[in-house]
Design a protein around this ligand. Structure first.
Ligand code: ZN
Length: 470
């Protein structure tokens, strides 16, 4: 891609503000004021509720669930019909055992009938669309209320504060490639958040120095990015021998953190890495705190596990059901978000009473289906253990129940006779010898939106995980 970039006129430097003094208003404006009274209210609540005990959390959650069910039964066609069919009313759902009688909702249910899940009080709750794409590539339309968005922001900012980043401190993010008139901008600057957003188009060795200089000048407290993008930047920096950035806080989201990716981020960007696990529907939300565990944001969502028919390496594999407690525009109760977890439990390492969740396989959905059952393909980690780091250039595709394609970009130092048998051998070991493997060489691995280059593509695996609807 192009190495030619330009700097924005509206920058973080004071000279830039001197030229456009009206922008100072935004630079000095307080973030809670900017986000509005709902945000301020939720943020104040979350400051206290983090330290609630288990009973206080349970009381709060039941109060919110009961109100949400009553609202859904009154204003949402799907639930109006369900309660009529069952010949019960919302008031008959009296405890968590009753709650489990409510039907599990799947992405496909909403996909097929958006209106059926939309509240008749949609306007009152200021619903706005949030689209989300599945691993099958289909885009799901979803509505979130104004309060949901304010609450989501408050949850995010509580997490930021917990890990050592405060309002108005400089923050940098890596964004997906800018388009149109902005395509050649190296970065954009948002004076309200005091945020530098770097153009994902320029994560190469040839532009790494410009990004490195920019970050050194801006001195961010926190780097907020997709882990694959961060690792790409880290590798580009290494290629041209740039020193590590050592930023105080690294915030990543929505992807499995494999050891190879983590190692590059630690080495080149910073060692204090925190992760957030959520979805666009806002039915699941868990934040990694200093203890290293993912604590559920139980003021925002109620999460439960339901047994799946599958086992995974001798462990029970549960599907995660989530209910957003705030979204009155489109209530979806017990929503199957397609994620898998082994358990929800109390934290063994810190005193915070909000339960922790242990996800399996993260977001990558690196699952293969074999005749012997599901297999989580951690080829990346496997290679890493053997000292091989080439996470971007390899993809595994499952063709059928017994065939895999090992797809590779052969780099300039790749020696076919030497390297192919080694990689094949490692993939055989990583997949327990359960598959026939074919090797295919390509010019580039296709990239999907949001920096993702799927390491493992398995229609069978995705179907198995997404369609366990009985
Ligand atoms: Zn903890």
């Amino acid at each position: 891609m192009s190495e030619h970039f330009r700097y924005p006129k509206e920058s973080f430097e004071w000279q830039s503000f001197a030229r456009q003094p009206w922008r100072l208003r935004w630079r000095l404006r307080s973030i809670p004021n900017h986000f509005g009274p709902e945000f301020q209210e939720f943020y104040a609540l979350l400051g206290k509720s983090l330290y609630w005990n288990a009973e206080e959390i349970a009381n709060y959650q039941w109060r919110k669930i009961a109100a949400l069910i009553a609202h859904a039964a009154k204003t949402v066609p799907f639930y109006q019909r369900w309660f009529a069919e069952q010949k019960i009313s919302a008031g008959d759902i009296r405890n968590w055992v009753d709650f489990q009688k409510l039907p599990v909702i799947y992405r496909s249910d909403i996909d097929q009938n958006l209106a059926d899940f939309t509240s008749s009080e949609f306007k009152l709750h200021r619903g706005s669309p949030a689209s989300t794409s599945g691993s099958s590539g289909r885009v799901l339309k979803f509505y979130r209320s104004w309060n949901t968005e304010s609450f989501r922001r408050a949850v995010l900012w509580r997490h930021f504060n917990q890990i050592g980043y405060r309002f108005k401190e400089p923050r940098v993010s890596l964004n997906v490639a800018f388009v149109d008139a902005e395509a050649d901008l190296l970065y954009k600057y948002d004076p309200i958040d005091n945020l530098v957003m770097i153009n994902g188009r320029f994560l190469h060795a040839s532009t790494a120095k410009a990004i490195h200089d920019l970050i050194k000048r801006f001195k961010p407290v926190m780097f907020y990015a997709h882990p694959v993008a961060l690792a790409t930047l880290g590798k580009a920096m290494e290629e041209v021998n740039l020193p590590p950035l050592n930023l105080p806080v690294i915030y990543v989201y929505s992807e499995v953190l494999n050891q190879a990716t983590l190692k590059i981020i630690r080495r080149q960007i910073g060692v204090n890495i925190f992760d957030h696990f959520g979805n666009r529907e806002n039915t699941i939300s868990a934040s990694q705190l200093h203890c290293g565990n993912y604590h559920i944001n139980s003021e925002f969502v109620y999460m439960e596990l339901t047994p799946s028919p599958n086992q995974f390496e001798g462990q029970p594999l549960h599907r995660v059901l989530g209910t957003n407690l705030i979204n009155y525009a489109m209530p979806t109760i017990r929503y199957d978000c397609g994620d898998l977890a082994s358990e929800i439990s109390q934290c063994s390492k810190c005193k915070i009473a909000h339960p922790t969740i242990r996800f399996i396989g993260g977001r990558d959905k690196n699952f293969l289906v074999s005749k012997h059952g599901l297999l989580h393909c951690q080829f990346d980690d496997f290679l890493h253990k053997h000292g091989i780091e080439m996470p971007d250039d390899i993809q595994i595709e499952q063709v059928d129940i017994e065939t895999l394609i090992l797809r590779m970009v052969a780099g300039h130092d790749y020696v076919l006779e030497r390297d192919e048998p080694i990689l094949l051998g490692h993939l055989r070991d990583a997949t327990k010898g359960w598959f026939n493997i074919r090797v295919e060489y390509v010019d580039a691995i296709q990239q999907t939106p949001g920096f993702k280059k799927s390491k493992v593509v398995s229609r069978l695996g995705a179907e198995n995980l997404e369609s366990t609807k009985e």
